[in-house]
Design a protein. Sequence first.
Lengths: 394, 112
Amino acid sequence: MKPYASEILLAKVKIFLELDSQRQELKRSNLVLGRAVEQSPVSVLITDTDGVIQQVNPKLCELTGYSPGELIGQNPRILQSGETSPETYRTLWDTLLSGNAWRGMFHNKRKDGSLFWEQAVISPVRNDEGTVIQYVAVKEDISDRIRMEQDLQRAREDAECAGQAKLRFLQIMSHELRTPLNGILGTLQILEYDKVYNAELTTSAKQALFSMIDIIDNMLEASRLESSELSFAQAPLQLELLLATLGRMFSVAVQNKGLHLRMSLADDLPRWILTDATHLKQIIAHLMSNAIKFTEQGTVEVLLNQESGVTSDRPVLRIDVRDTGIGIDPEKQQLVFALFTQGDDSLTRLHGGIGLGLTLTKRLVELMGGTIGLQSCVGSGTTVTVRLPLVQLP
Amino acid sequence: MNALQKILIVDDRKENLIALRQVLRCLDVEVVEASSGNAALAATLDHRFALAILDVMMPEMSGFELAEHLRNDENTRLLPIIFITAAYPDEKKKYRETLCVGDSAGQGKDLS
């Protein structure tokens, strides 16, 4: 055995052994780092300097719905939703190209098209020479937080809105209550001064009181509906009788304004039906009083018909209350059913009322299992249509 | 963690294996012997080697054939190989050219 040859062999063996232990060491540390990234609860994405995706971790795939194969080789642009401002991307690249880490938020898009928010930190990765060779993005899904903030904001706005509506309602209501009170007070003062009975004055004071009672009744009804304390009792009702009662109720009001009142009952309707008479009367009365209030000349009509149901074959009682009044602006037609609002605040001053009528009616109709809608044309009148389930007597 | 590094030595002749073991005696390593290419491949299933020292001239499977197999296996693809051979210098050169593998190195077999 030549000693030099075995020394050379031994030297080579030593070199290879050294290389091997270095390689093992590297593998171990890569493994630790790799596991940390793999198992990270936040998204990690690595791109080259051109922005081409080189590596992604499972969290990112889980969040975006893409597989690693669908992401690697792509530009992170495939995650863009168009919701993040171009300004954001501009500052992002300005920051990265100047060698700094960028922090910010993205509103990105998943594979299925749904959007999510992420908080991201993107930083350059340098090699030993200090040259930037990669960018690494660490991102966290903050959609829940953003959603919560938005909900909170919305709830705050809603509360403010409701608060304002209530405030306006209180103002209108105090005004409505004060007006008849002044009338009553004035009448009493005159009576006190004259010390003589005056039938006309007494009647006007009585009317003012009735209008106050009316308002207060509405208020009570509204608060009962609000707290759902209302109960319904079904009893037989003769429709003809109902219309007659209503006609009598409004005959004075109609005459005072010089309007015509027409009430009609379709022949195919049963004479008797099973319903909550009190509430049905209340609904029609509300609509009629509204129609009379907003009509200066012409006719107020109440039409009762039978209709076959839209969704089922069950018969429907259709009530149309038609007037030739001022009508409602298309934009405000939905608003009139909302609590505490009238079509227009200026209308309140002109026509009185506290804007509860239609809201109450809608609640009542819905509680009775029906629907309410309106058709209106500014200047030529309004038709409110109520549909209720029609129950005939057995 | 600090398991000994392992070296695989392959030669069909017992005396050569003994001589190789002698040379490596001074190293703090575990030496695993195999007397044929097949035995060597079997040994790679049980051990992770830091290095393989192969005799080129062996019956049934030559050292180069064995190296070829090791290169094609994912587990031993990067295993460094040192060839030892009694072949003439010009022949050795030819082998080197045919088998261009990164970590392999030739070594004249001047052992016995």
